[in-house]
Design a protein. Structure first.
Length: 197
C-alpha cells in the first residue's frame, strides 16, 4: 500500500523545515479541530502553482478525534500529487486508524533535551511526586501534563530497570488521551519509577 502521509515527531515546535524540496504549504495550529481540517481539505482541491507535486505540512500540538477521522479520509484518497507531513509532539497519540495511513515516522530534535518539569518529577521522592500530581490535579496545568506525557517517552534516557518498562509503556500509551484517568496514570508512574540516587 502506498502512503501519502509522513508523521514527524518534534521536540520543540519552532522553525520546522520540511524534509523535501517539493513546493509546500504549512498549516500551523495549536489545536487542530474539524473546522481546520475542512479548510485543509478545501485547500487540497486546488492545484499546485508550480509543478505537479505539493506537500502540505500540518503542525499542531493537539488533534481532536473528529479532526483525526477527517484527516483519515483525506489521507486515504488525496488529490493527485499531494503529500502530507503531520507534525505532532512525541507524546501525542494518534488514532490507530489514522496511523495505518501513515508511512514513515520521523523523530526530530535533541533526545537529551528533557523538560525540566519532568526531570524534577523523576528526581523527586515518592511523596514529592504525589504532591506534584495533586497540585497539577487541582490546577489542571495543561503545560505540566504535556511535559509529563513527553517525558514518559524519553524515560529510556534515564536507564530504567526492565521491571519498570511495563508501567512506562502503559502510562505512555494512555496519558493525555480522551477517557484516560490522567491522575491515576501519573500516580502509577510516580510509584513505579525507582528513586534516583
Amino acid at each position: 500500500m502506498q502512503h501519502h502521509a509522513t508523521l514527524v515527531h518534534f521536540a520543540k515546535p519552532l522553525h520546522y523545515v520540511p524534509t523535501t524540496t517539493i513546493d509546500f504549504v504549512a498549516f500551523v495550529h495549536v489545536r487542530l479541530g474539524i473546522n481546520e481540517v475542512r479548510d485543509i481539505t478545501t485547500a487540497a482541491q486546488l492545484r499546485p502553482v508550480a509543478g505537479d507535486q505539493q506537500l502540505f505540512i500540518i503542525q499542531t500540538t493537539f488533534i481532536t478525534h473528529e479532526a483525526q477521522n477527517a484527516l483519515l479520509k483525506l489521507f486515504e484518497e488525496p488529490p493527485l500529487g499531494l503529500l502530507f507531513e503531520l507534525v505532532v509532539p512525541p507524546a501525542f497519540q494518534l488514532l490507530p486508524t489514522l496511523m495505518s495511513r501513515i508511512g514513515v515516522v520521523i523523530a526530530t530534535g535533541d533526545e537529551t533535551d528533557i523538560d525540566p518539569a519532568f526531570a524534577a518529577f523523576v528526581e523527586a521522592s515518592y511523596a514529592d511526586r504525589l504532591k506534584q500530581i495533586e497540585a497539577w490535579h487541582k490546577g489542571k496545568d495543561a503545560d505540566w501534563l504535556q511535559a509529563m506525557a513527553a517525558g514518559v517517552h524519553s524515560l529510556r534516557l534515564f536507564g530504567l530497570p526492565v521491571p519498570c518498562l511495563a508501567a512506562v509503556q502503559l502510562v505512555g500509551g494512555k496519558l493525555a488521551t480522551r477517557g484516560a484517568s490522567n491522575k491515576m496514570l501519573l500516580e502509577h508512574l510516580a510509584l513505579a519509577l525507582p528513586l534516583r540516587k
